[in-house]
Design a protein around this ligand. Sequence first.
Ligand code: HAM
Length: 424
Amino acid sequence: MKYESVRGMRDILPGEIGYWKQVEEKVREVATCFHYGEIRLPLMEHTEIFSRGIGEETDVVNKEMYTFLDKKNRSLTLRPEATASVVRAYLEHGLHIREPFQKLFYIGPMFRYEKPQKGRSRQFHQYGVEAIGSLDPTLDVDVISFAWTLMDMLGLSGLSLRLNSIGCAEDRRRYKKALSGYFAIHIDEMCTDCQRRYDSNPLRILDCKKSQCQPYIQQAPASIDYLCADCARHFAEVQGYLDELGLNYGIDARLIRGLDYYTRTVFELISKDLGAQDALLGGGRYDGLVELLGGPATPAVGFAGGMERLILVLQEKNGSFGQEKRLDLFLPALGEKGRLLALTLAQGLRSQGISVDLDYRGRSLRKQLGYADQVGVRYLIILGEDEVTSRKGRIKNMDRGQEYEIALTTDAIARIVHGTKHGD
Ligand code: HAM
């Protein structure tokens, strides 16, 4: 039997890990600049956290969760997203009691049983931020600015931000009523999923991607026409601050996002390089979620982006970005004594932060040199019988093709590799 990874869940191999590390580093760097603290959450939660938090009628809860019973018959779910988990942690640890205003970020795998395609997998990775404890529109803008800053730092351009407001709970009741009235005359022409959504939550009809339903969805009422005075003011202020900061956006009246917890501001950052799955990241306000999960009424806003999608766009734009740091030194060795010297020098140099590799398979010198070439090493020292006896050798700078005589001690080699003597 030939084993394969589970469909939609893939390995990330050393050859591509450079992209991942660089994106993770940039997320952490931007998080530090925006003063967000990192939170690491368990990969699974009690199912109810998601079914209540995200909403029973959403595709995520209805169709996409990996849910199972544990040995004590408790229903657990692999997290499909992290916002509900962050709120659970915020309440469980009383973060809100010490300091109700919290800015948190996370990076990690999420799980959704979706049909795998370009930019969509069943295990994927998100980086995300959650700012909990303020209703102020400057916070919405700060979160959006985080997203733009990250894209800038990664050198990405040509992206567009879609922005909308879906109002407060009361606005949404009125908006849903308007949608019900509008779809009543079209629903028989629409797909069976939409017919079900029509009864349970007509807002979710706007998530439908089927072409048969699109003409009706495109003409549906817009949420911004149903905002109360407070929500309309909030939305105007968000736009005003975005203009002030020179952050581009376009209003998308059909954007409502696929999770039930959203209120007021919603947004998505779109890349045309991604094809059908074009959302690089998405987020918005969720002013009712903390209360829904048992806490005090606490407004919040955040977003999350898919790492795979971001890396796809980076690869398309910049093939060379994402190179792993080069190997500093390779020590081709001959004979047992040569190999022992290589091992000893490697041990000392590695503990000085220098990356060193050697041959562990007793291969010929020609093969060892071929390998050094293939990995693109910076320096090379051949360790044969003469070198073992004299404890002197020649270090070769592979980029310049120059060689220098040196004593075979870790300090002498380290000085050259660190660039303090004849170095680059
Ligand atoms: P979401 O829109 O469901 O929102 O996911 C956010 C991002 O995760 C998407 O824009 C996409 O880049 C990526 N993503 C989602 N599903 C997949 C998939 N199957 N394969 C690859 N990438 C995927 C949330 O998850 C919210 N928790 C965001 C948020 C945070 N809202 C407020 N705070």
